[in-house]
Ligand binder design. Structure first.
Ligand SMILES: N[C@H](CCC[C@H](N)C(=O)O)C(=O)O
Length: 284
């Protein structure tokens, strides 16, 4: 254990915030000004809803030279995600409040993303242009993105992370756990995939349920909502500006020239301190 880890494992414990965007819930750790304490083992320990804190994603804020901050995302199985739209809004809300600015940039595995205060308690993020080539989603081999050779003929889109979008007649009739888990591990997706099930309600409204890579159903997925809107727009089923109705509430998605903009809430729930024994148990 190095000097800094012992400090983190000391009586203070590890401070974190619990936040959510439409019920997609996050633990946020601020690692600015000190070494990043998070390891895959600590992500799994924190992510355990019975023995830890529980989250859909863990977001770690780090110092960055060119932007307001860098943010890393972890799933509760200890894997990393390059993009997380709902957590980007949550961290964006913290950074906007801290700086007093109306807009700022954050660096993620997805690239540099613009975050803006959209008013009415909403945060807007440019999630960047969709990745629409097979090697950038990524898929296992060269092929058209839509439809994919999987039962149900889904379409693929990358938002820095992979998404596989099924357009279905009735989203409530789909057993998303069974189908989502199978598609997450389909060999077409070398880095596994997030799986969205989408019902088009009208040209400006879609209903979506999601199975996230990392092995769970969540109430909402921001990058998934962007990918779903891209797939339905490319199929000519919707306009490029839609409301995505998720189990946790609504996201506004607007696919513009400069990227896919996502607007939605970001809620701070509580601040906590992780007990040293949990940190020590995770080898941190
Ligand atoms: N909930 C997140 C996406 C997490 C994606 C993650 N499960 C992955 O492995 O890509 C969102 O709001 O965009």
């Amino acid at each position: 254990m190095d000097g800094d880890s012992s400090r983190l494992a000391g009586p203070e414990g590890l401070r974190f915030l619990k936040m959510h965007g439409l019920g997609n819930d996050f633990v946020v750790v601020d690692a600015r000004g000190r070494p990043d304490p998070v390891t895959p083992a600590l992500a799994r320990a924190l992510g355990d809803r019975h023995r830890g804190v529980g989250f859909d994603q863990l977001a770690v804020i780090r110092d960055d030279a060119g932007t307001a901050a860098a943010v890393d995302f972890w799933n509760s199985d200890g894997s990393r995600a390059a993009a997380c739209g709902n957590a980007t809004r949550c961290v964006g809300r913290l950074l906007l409040a801290e700086s007093g600015a109306a807009g700022l940039d954050v660096r993620t595995g997805r690239g540099i993303l613009r975050v803006e205060d959209a008013g009415n308690g909403l945060i807007r993020v440019n999630m960047g242009p969709p990745e629409l080539s097979w090697d950038r989603v990524p898929l296992a081999r060269e092929m058209a993105l839509d439809p994919l050779p999987i039962a149900g003929g889904p379409g693929a889109a990358g938002m820095g992370n992979p998404h596989c979008v099924f357009v279905v007649p009735d989203v409530n009739a789909v057993d998303i756990c069974v189908r989502g888990a199978a598609v997450e591990h389909d060999p077409l997706f070398p880095e596994r995939t997030n799986v969205e099930f989408v019902q088009v309600l009208d040209r400006r409204t879609i209903r979506m349920r999601v199975w996230e890579r990392g092995g769970m159903v969540t109430f909402a997925c921001g990058s998934g909502a962007c990918a779903a809107a891209v797939v339905t727009a490319r199929r000519g089923l919707t306009e490029r500006n839609v409301t995505v109705k998720l189990d946790g509430g609504d996201l506004g998605i607007d696919w513009r020239e400069d990227g896919v903009w996502m607007t939605g809430p970001a809620t701070l729930v509580f601040e906590g301190r992780l007990a040293p024994e949990i940190l020590a148990g995770a080898g941190a």
